[in-house]
Design a protein around this ligand. Structure first.
Ligand SMILES: [Zn+2]
Length: 180
């Protein structure tokens, strides 16, 4: 099993265990009878589950993420934004149904979905990061078969350095040859 397959399985298990953890936290609070306030108990279960989810998610994916300043800032914005959106939605549900517990529950679910989706988009490797990573691995992409100029990022099969033009299969063949 490769590392990425292992991480994907761990991610699925993490998401699947969220409802169980949340219910366990509620159950523990009923059993210990530390509060009679249902709203408070649900809010606390939401908070602890959310922190556990964030912790597990970062732990699983930390080696796949490159923390550029832009990516870190976007992650903070997504975290705050998803909280505000889900909070607003939960409040609206609570008002509409006159059940603040329902608001907490649906708000929590919406937050988790928004945050997970946002991290999947924000943490994804950009094209330039991928090229950099390939270069670190010693894969130098496409170079001009005639003069050796680096054609990485070019949108046409024409070398800007020596002017030679190639068909795509000629370029592909030269890459295959140079990597042997
Ligand atoms: Zn060239």
């Amino acid at each position: 099993m490769t590392g990425i397959v292992s991480r994907l399985i761990l991610a699925v298990v993490t998401i699947a265990s969220v409802p169980a953890i949340w219910m366990l936290l509620l159950f523990l609070q009923w059993e210990t009878r530390w509060t009679r306030d249902q709203d408070l108990a649900i809010a606390l279960a939401n908070l602890v589950t959310a922190l556990l989810l964030i912790g597990a998610w970062v732990l699983i994916w930390r080696r796949e993420i490159r923390w550029s300043p832009r990516r870190s800032a976007l992650t903070i914005v997504a975290t705050v934004g998803s909280l505000m959106l889900a909070g607003g939605f939960g409040f609206w549900i609570g008002e509409a149904t006159r059940e603040s517990e329902a608001g907490h529950i649906f708000g929590g679910i919406v937050w988790a979905l928004l945050w997970l989706a946002a991290t999947a988009v924000i943490w994804r490797e950009t094209a330039s990061e991928r090229i950099e990573r390939m270069q670190r691995l010693g894969v130098h992409g496409v170079t001009c078969p005639t003069c050796g100029y680096n054609l990485t990022g070019m949108k046409e099969a024409r070398c800007p350095e020596c002017g030679a033009t190639f068909t795509l299969e000629q370029l592909f063949a030269s890459v295959a040859e140079s990597s042997v």
